[in-house]
Design a protein around this ligand. Structure first.
Ligand code: SAH
Ligand code: AVI
Length: 721
């Protein structure tokens, strides 16, 4: 029987994903000899050949084997390539994996090929149950975990050779490290939530639960090799006062004097063995290959401490932009024991042994490493190792206890730190810029509302009228019990038109960067719609965490009116729309409102009104910087300018320095030539074509396209394609 067309495309997506993930490990094995792939340097590591086989065995044991008539590719492989699953019978002890000279690498590759053939066959029949889908995702994530282990274990093998062989010409990494930025961000703590969101996660990341945190600060940067060298020079490895008892016992027993893979040459200079051979230690690079004991000793030496995993996750959720290398460089040790979260239940069935049984005597690491497969990481991810282990790509980022708000003024909250970073970076750029999201403090949000009432600013009026005309049709398309998720909701004024037309809506989730606007809007809505669940979220929609579990059995509907999408760069707009599609989930709709290209005279008037409200809105960002960042902008020295950029099809707002001057922002100084501008906002205008291209690039399909009366704006209804 032929599968329906829609199902077949879902199967093709699964097969595509399977092939993409499975191609990575053979690519890592390319160029390595059969001998490289067969040996193991220590009991914790496994041969490359074993990883190539075991990840295939996993699909066989967890997915293929669930049919009663299943015949294994080779029954012997069930023992040879089982890692630690007691329920699946005997296996070869881990420290003896390197003795398996047979099957050969060629036979293992043939085994992979056969498993892939059987998996593709299985995937093309379709994965039906939730459980099958979970195990399929687990198999892919398991493969990705072993891709990293493959590289870790290969380094341990190469480092065991006196020849210092290079496994690779270039380090196999997903992208460049981010530069260090200095400083730390302060978090108030309190009762916060950690744990898996409703994306794929291992069982150990859930359930999501509350944790109480005292105020703390987390360093923006990872500890570097240069920092580590200072610790060593100050007697780091010879002064027991820095060390936990078990750590000090390891220092003595193992003779540790430096991180794993470091050695000192005759001239006294340190070198480090890496995947590309032995090199001088780079002082600017994050330190790698240190145990939790060393990380803890370093922290004590530095007068700080390791973060707990809840502190790390909370910081990463609240202020992802404040930190360098949260992900993609080294896993970061925390002081948290790898223990079950309250209410933890292992995945049922064979995969129950995946994580839960290791929950004793290990510590959690957060983030991800340069060798972690792209797409494998998550903010809730819990990696774990024993505190003495060093061969993984592990490093550290320090935390410290912090006083409560107001008692230590040099520590900034996350939002202020991000504003300071954007402003100092923006004023250092040529031409000078500042992202428009910083307009919206309480006064900025108030000024924007005043703009929407101006005679020249047509977009809000036109969009509201259009929305009122099509709201009944939209309500029908949404269906019952839907959840409306609005981005940049501000006063939620237009939202009321939709709410009035959809009395059977289950919940409304307004998301805005401005807590003041959001509080005011939520209060008004709860009064006007007492039966509606209103769940406001203060967040930057450019860095959206997965949505919390939402009420309502119906579909999720994204709502992004007001042409706020036009304030994003074209690339940002596409990635925002693609991210929204992922976080809204399957079956979602999206209602997007945009302004259209029109006579530049009308546009310029809308952004340079006669009463000067837009000018005040523009200048308010300087007022905010003076207040929040200890800046000294002279407001009378900056003129408001609104111009139509025909090439990029956007209105631009600038603040123009009317004379040469110097401005201080905290302890930073910036020079302005006379006439030099800060580009504070772009407001892109669309045509039917440019709009369609943008949404389609983000995986959406236009379901309906409505245009208002002149001056025209458009509303499009989208569904995932
Ligand atoms: N949707 C309303 C308000 C538009 S004003 C309307 O159509 O009239 C833009 C809104 O987006 C403001 O409330 C502002 O605070 C919010 N905003 C701007 N940048 C944001 C960002 N990066 N993340 C979340 N909200 C943002
Ligand atoms: C929020 N955003 C869509 C408005 C716009 O038109 O770009 C902000 C604004 N800027 C000047 N006037 C209004």
């Amino acid at each position: 029987m032929n599968a329906p067309l829609r199902d077949r495309s879902a199967h093709a997506e699964d097969i595509g994903e399977y092939l993409r993930v499975r191609a990575a490990m053979p690519a890592l094995a390319q160029g390595l000899s059969d001998e490289d792939l067969s040996a193991q340097a220590m009991a914790d590591a496994s041969p490359g050949k074993w990883h190539l086989a075991h990840t295939s065995w996993f699909f066989e044991a967890m997915i293929l084997n669930d049919r009663a008539d299943y015949q294994p590719v080779d029954p012997r492989f069930q023992t040879l390539f089982n890692s630690y699953y007691e329920a699946l019978g005997e296996r070869v002890a881990r420290d003896r994996r390197g003795l398996m000279t047979r099957p050969s690498v060629a036979e293992v590759m043939a085994y992979r090929t056969e498993i892939d053939r059987r998996m593709i066959d299985r995937l093309s029949q379709g994965l039906t149950s939730r459980r099958e889908r979970y195990l399929f995702a687990l198999g892919l994530h398991h493969d990705q975990q072993h891709q990293e282990l493959f590289v870790m274990d290969m380094l341990s093998l190469m480092a065991a050779s006196p020849l210092d062989p290079a496994a690779y010409v270039e380090e196999p990494r997903r992208g460049p490290a981010e530069p260090a930025r200095g400083g730390q961000t302060w978090f108030e703590g309190g009762l916060i939530e950690i744990g898996a969101d409703d994306v794929f996660a291992f069982d150990n990341e859930g359930p999501r639960h509350r944790v109480f945190l005292e105020p703390y600060a987390l360093d923006h940067d990872l500890v570097t090799n240069g920092d580590w060298a200072r610790f060593m020079a100050d007697g780091g490895y010879v002064r027991p006062e820095f060390w936990l008892a078990d750590g000090w016992a390891m220092v003595k027993a193992e003779g540790w004097t430096a991180p794993l893979y470091w050695s000192q040459d005759e001239a006294g200079d340190w070198t480090v063995m890496s995947l590309t051979g032995r090199h001088p230690v780079d002082p600017a690079a994050p330190v790698r290959h240190i145990s939790a004991y060393e990380a803890d000793a370093y922290a004590r030496w530095a007068g700080k401490r390791l973060p707990t995993e809840a502190e790390w996750e909370h910081a990463a959720r609240q202020a992802p932009d404040a930190f360098s290398n949260l992900f993609g460089e080294v896993w970061q040790w925390t002081s948290s024991a790898y223990a079950p979260y309250p209410g933890f239940r292992p995945t049922e069935g064979t995969a129950s042994e995946y994580n839960g049984k290791f929950m004793a005597n290990q510590l959690v690491l957060r983030g991800s490493a340069f060798a972690t497969a792209p797409g494998h990481e998550r903010v809730s991810y819990r990696n774990f190792f024993y505190p003495h282990q060093r061969w993984a790509f592990m490093g550290l980022r320090l935390a410290e206890d912090a006083p409560r708000r107001g008692t230590k003024p040099m520590l900034e909250d996350a939002v202020t730190a991000a504003f300071r970073r954007d402003l100092t970076q923006g004023l250092s750029a040529l031409p000078k810029t500042l992202p428009p999201k910083w307009f919206y403090d309480a006064e900025g949000s108030r000024l924007f509302e005043a703009i929407t009432d101006l005679p020249e600013y047509y977009p809000t009026r036109q969009e509201a009228a259009l929305l009122a005309a099509i709201a009944p049709d939209l309500a029908q398309a949404f269906g019952p019990d839907a959840t409306l998720v609005e981005f940049g909701s501000g006063a939620s004024a237009k939202t009321r038109i939709l709410l009035d037309a959809t009395p059977d809506l289950a919940a409304y989730v307004p998301i805005d960067i401005s807590p003041d606007a959001l509080d005011l809007a939520a209060e008004g809505l709860r009064k006007a719609y007492p039966d509606l669940t209103v769940t406001p979220i203060v967040a930057d929609f450019g860095h959206l965490n997965p949505l919390p579990p939402l009420e309502g059995a119906g579909r999720r509907v994204g709502f992004f009116p007001g042409s706020t999408i036009g304030n994003l760069d074209p690339d940002e707009a596409v990635s925002f729309m693609a991210g929204a599609r992922r976080s809204l989930g399957e079956g979602a709709l999206f209602l997007l409102g945009v302004d259209l290209v029109k006579d530049p005279a009308l546009l310029v008037a809308a952004y340079d009104d006669a009463q000067g409200v837009t000018a005040a809105f523009n200048r308010n960002v300087l007022v905010r910087a003076n207040r929040e960042l200890d800046a000294d902008f002279d407001l009378s020295g900056f003129a408001h300018r609104a111009v139509w950029n025909a090439v990029d099809q956007r209105m631009e707002m600038h603040l123009v320095a009317t004379h040469a001057m110097t401005v201080n922002v905290g302890d930073r100084r910036f020079h302005f030539a006379s006439g030099e501008t800060i580009h504070t906002e772009s407001s892109r205008k669309f045509t039917a074509d440019t709009l369609r291209t943008m949404v389609e690039a983000a995986g959406w399909t236009v379901v309906r396209f409505d245009v208002s009366a002149e001056p025209s704006v458009a509303m499009v209804l989208l569904r995932g394609s």
